[in-house]
Design a binder for this molecule. Structure first.
Ligand SMILES: NC(=O)c1ccc[n+]([C@@H]2O[C@H](COP(=O)([O-])OP(=O)(O)OC[C@H]3O[C@@H](n4cnc5c(N)ncnc54)[C@H](OP(=O)(O)O)[C@@H]3O)[C@@H](O)[C@H]2O)c1
Length: 258
């Protein structure tokens, strides 16, 4: 395995380009087949596990893969890349280990197929980003700290993270034991879009692409868009079909645009 962790630049770039190709294919496919979890759950996807377990399994592999390929590579990490590692782990601390324990309706079934596909997607993204930051650690000198790309990326990353966390919190507050169904989300980013949490997530990973200024980081942002844009459009249609009083000016995922 450690030989795999030490593969070189040409192999890494080939893998990244191929992975972007898979993201484009997935993006197109998801307009026809909405991933069957949450409100889009349906029969015919095989055995299921509780959603909480699915989320932990899907998301925990990303920081593990990142850590493994970051630490086991053939270069010793530059201090700045350790900061990047911190940002990545911060996101996944929430997504893999806090979010699943706070979600309402967490025993709702999730198809094992969805969890396995999520694990695959997350482990490849973790691998590519961990390996890239190890291999190109030398690019991130102290001068990078004052580079506009880094500063813009950090601002976007944390702005996106705050929107994502705030929006996930709004969605959580809509449910109680007495009223376990769906309601119209209000406030924060939901004033502008049906999927404030997805908007925050997208901004966050665009920030990551910017702050690392790397093809691996860009790949993560592309994959996030590929997953979340078709799903946000499906959520948006669902809201419009379900609630006659749904705010008509709201967009699906990008304020004023989409
Ligand atoms: N980076 C990526 O590629 C990626 C991919 C997927 C998800 N994510 C992130 O993972 C998080 C969860 O994603 P998700 O697809 O599960 O988001 P979601 O569909 O918005 O659901 C989030 C949670 O809120 C509940 N919920 C949603 N809308 C509600 C409403 N109107 N009323 C009451 N409860 C509502 C859902 O319950 P139900 O489950 O019962 O619907 C679920 O527990 C998000 O922060 C998202 O950004 C990231």
């Amino acid at each position: 395995m450690s030989a795999v962790a030490q593969y070189g630049e040409v192999f890494l770039n080939t893998l990244i380009v191929a992975w972007i190709g898979v993201a484009v294919g997935t993006f197109c496919l998801l307009f026809f087949v909405t991933a069957p979890y949450g409100r889009h759950s349906r029969d015919g996807w095989g055995p299921a596990i509780p959603a909480r377990v699915g989320w932990i399994l899907m998301e925990a592999v990303a920081p593990l893969a990142f850590l493994y390929f970051f630490l086991k590579g053939n270069k010793s990490p530059a201090p700045l890349t350790v900061l990047f590692l911190g940002f990545f782990l911060l996101h996944y601390l929430n997504r893999a280990f806090i979010y699943p324990f706070r979600m309402k309706n967490s025993d709702r079934p999730m198809a094992v197929t969805v969890a396995v596909m999520g694990m695959f997607f997350n482990s490849v993204n973790g691998l590519l980003n961990g390996r890239y930051l190890n291999l190109f650690s030398f690019r991130y000198t102290v001068a990078w700290l004052s580079d506009l790309r880094f500063i813009t990326g950090v601002v976007l990353f944390f702005f996106g993270m705050v929107i994502n966390l705030h929006s996930d919190g709004i969605l959580r507050s809509l449910r109680s034991d007495d009223e376990p169904g769906y309601k119209i989300p209000k406030g924060g980013a939901f004033q502008f879009v049906s999927c404030g949490n997805y908007f925050g997530e997208l901004v966050e990973w665009i920030g990551w692409a910017c702050l690392t200024w790397s093809l691996a980081g860009l790949t993560f942002a592309i994959w996030t868009a590929a997953n979340l844009i078709p799903r946000a459009l499906a959520h948006h249609r669902w809201y419009l079909d379900t609630f006659p009083d749904y705010p008509q000016q709201r967009k699906a995922i990008i304020p004023y645009i989409l």
